[in-house]
Design a binder for this molecule. Structure first.
Ligand code: SAM
Length: 308
């Protein structure tokens, strides 16, 4: 067995630590720092360096952060910065930064400000003319997307859906025409209800990906259609447990309502332009194929001539 101190990881860490020593870590700056979302070793050397060097750490829950620091042998002064005290904590942080301190801001897991406290503190610090430095790391949304297998090159992060059915349905209706992959965070006790609502709003054909317990022992990424999703959740009690990211395929390119909208645009353009101009413009507006639109425009204008 390799001796711990001669382990290749230790050798590289020592070399990289020397490199870190030559980097710049300004005073009077707030370091917004991402922490692991499950696997405690998912943290960068730069993050550890900063956690070790700052004057204090503002944490969503000091007990959680204390546990993380303990694993890395870091002792630091901690204070709470959660959704109920963000405003007053922002003032405290600003004062300390004005005294040339370095402060780190962390949440319980992942990146602060992403469905977590932090945004108001960052805003206040910037308003006070002070520096905010992002220290990247884990976030459940990026982790889930990277393994989803969904092909869209755009995504819309919707965070948690509202818990009240009416508000939730309003949000789902607003998102219905988006072609981008839809990404939601969800809690285990609401997973079934939310997936049912997704099925009702978007029908059975769209793909859904359940990214569950990412980076943890029981990590699972399950891909199916919305029509199959409830059966999968019901098939095993474990399927409804833990932390979830839900990814839902965006609206199909020529959904019925999309087709109606294309038709409407084309007909308006035909009132003012020739068939080929209308097809060209409609292609630019809707992103549909020019040839298809030309054929449609031809049919509409032919139909108009026949009926006049
Ligand atoms: N700020 C965090 C981030 O950057 O991902 C998110 C915090 S939010 C309060 C917590 C939610 O993120 C969970 O309810 C779940 O939807 C998602 N999440 C966090 N960790 C996760 C994990 N390991 N696997 C799947 N989802 C996770």
């Amino acid at each position: 067995m390799t001796e711990p101190l001669s382990h290749p990881l230790v050798t590289s860490a020592v070399k990289l630590a020397e490199e870190l020593d030559s980097q710049n870590f300004p005073h009077a700056a707030l370091y917004v720092l991402a922490t692991p979302i499950g696997n405690i070793t998912d943290i960068s050397l730069r993050s550890l360096k900063i956690l070790g060097m700052v004057d204090a750490i503002a944490c969503e829950d000091t007990r959680n952060t204390a546990q993380l620091l303990k694993r890395y042998g870091i002792e630091k002064s901690l204070f709470a910065a959660h959704q109920h005290n963000e405003q007053e904590v922002a003032e405290k942080i600003i004062q300390r930064l004005q005294n040339q301190e370095r402060i780190a801001l962390v949440s319980d897991a992942g990146t602060p400000g992403i469905s977590d406290p932090g945004a108001r503190i960052v805003h206040a610090v910037l308003q006070a003319g002070l520096q905010v430095i992002p220290i990247p790391g884990a976030s459940a949304v990026a982790t889930a997307l990277s393994a989803s297998g969904l092909l869209s090159d755009q995504f819309y992060f919707a965070g948690f859906l509202p818990s009240k059915a009416r508000q939730r349905d309003t949000v789902l209706t607003e998102l219905a025409q988006l072609k981008a992959t839809l990404v939601f965070y969800e809690a285990p006790h609401r997973i079934l209800e939310s997936v049912n609502a997704l099925l009702e709003s978007y029908g059975p054909d769209r793909k859904i990906v359940f990214a569950r317990e990412l980076t943890k022992l029981f990590e699972q990424v399950h891909r199916c259609t919305l029509g199959e999703a409830c059966a999968w959740l019901a098939a095993d009690a474990h399927h409804q447990r833990g932390e979830f990211v839900l990814l839902v395929e965006g609206a199909p390119p020529s959904s019925e309502s999309g087709a109606i909208e294309v038709e409407r645009i084309l007909k308006i353009l035909l009132e003012e332009c020739s068939v080929s101009q209308a097809a060209n413009l409609a292609a630019r507006i809707t992103g549909e194929k020019k040839n298809t639109l030309y054929q449609m425009a031809l049919n509409f204008s032919q139909h108009d001539t026949d009926t006049n």
